[in-house]
Design a protein around this ligand. Structure first.
Ligand code: ADP
Ligand code: MG
Length: 270
């Protein structure tokens, strides 16, 4: 891709430096005595679309939540664009960051959930302008212009004054994507963004995600949409039992899975 020569579009940051956008090293996470993540290693390059697949309960959501420190990891490290998430390293030791510092790191990471979680009493436009205005205290006119551009980009230029209840599930999810982009993240995390949608609304959300991918956004996408993984994914990571079982080119992994667990899973979802 020739990203450097493409004019910057609303919500899509310039490409980062040489290192990976995301690096996870031996990430462990337990809830009580149950170890959910048992040493996850993963690297995602800037501009890469990484699709995360795995059975229910395998730790996909937990891993995404660890990336933006919504969950504290018990061991290992995660870097986003070179920043160690949630901790500072001093004298070879890790010290937990204060909540304010974590919040600043989180601003660089957009997240879209299965349930859209829009503010019900705010219009589509207000949902998109909320965080830049309140969290970042940016100028109202600039925030508004950016929000309008983002809503147009996700195909909702004519729905900006609608409340969530006046929008379909697919439209609400597209507002949620625009809302995440309004903070100009370096990285977007999607947790089963189409799983709660009626089948006929899935395509419009995937199209917006494809557009973002084409534009060079780094994305980690938990999804059961094998077609999306095959067509748009640069990498496919299959997680089972809290470990990465298989990691490779989506087309190759889907056509020729190497591990029995991957084969069994793909046989169910294909
Ligand atoms: P997936 O997204 O792959 O379906 P999750 O990451 O949601 O899996 O969950 C992995 C495991 O961790 C499940 O057994 C789930 O019950 C457990 N789990 C997730 N969040 C919590 C929590 N806050 N407290 C206790 N257990 C949790
Ligand atoms: Mg999940």
């Amino acid at each position: 891709m020739t990203q450097a020569s493409v004019p910057a579009q609303a919500g899509v940051p310039a490409q980062a430096g040489a290192g990976p956008m995301v690096r996870a090293e031996q990430v462990h996470k337990s809830f009580g005595s149950i170890e959910v993540l048992k040493g996850i290693d993963l690297e995602v390059r800037a501009g890469e679309v990484c699709c995360l697949l795995g059975p229910s309960g395998s730790g996909k959501s937990t891993f995404l939540r660890c990336i933006n420190h919504l969950e504290k990891i018990n061991a290992g490290r995660i870097w986003v664009d070179g920043d160690l998430i949630g901790y500072r390293e001093r004298g070879g030791k890790l010290h937990e960051m204060r909540e304010k510092e974590v919040a600043a790191q989180r601003q660089a990471i957009g997240m879209v959930f299965q349930r859209f979680n829009l503010f019900p009493h705010k219009t589509a436009l207000e949902n998109v302008t909320e965080a830049p205005l309140l969290v970042r205290r940016e100028k109202r006119a600039e925030v508004r212009d950016r929000a309008v551009a983002l809503l147009e980009r996700v195909g909702l230029g004519d729905k900006m004054s609608n409340y969530p209840s006046q929008l379909s599930g697919g439209q609400q999810q597209r507002v949620a994507i625009a809302r995440a982009l309004a903070m100009q993240p370096k990285l977007m995390l999607f947790d089963e963004p189409t799983s709660a949608l009626d089948p006929e609304l899935v395509g419009e959300v995937l199209d917006v995600m494809k557009d973002l991918a084409r534009d060079g956004m780094t994305m980690i996408v938990v999804t059961h949409e094998i077609g999306f993984a095959r067509e748009v994914g640069d990498s496919l990571v299959f997680i089972d039992g809290g470990v990465v079982v298989e990691h490779g080119n989506p087309r190759e992994v889907i056509a020729n899975p190497q591990h029995d667990r991957t084969k069994a899973f793909l046989a169910k979802v294909l």
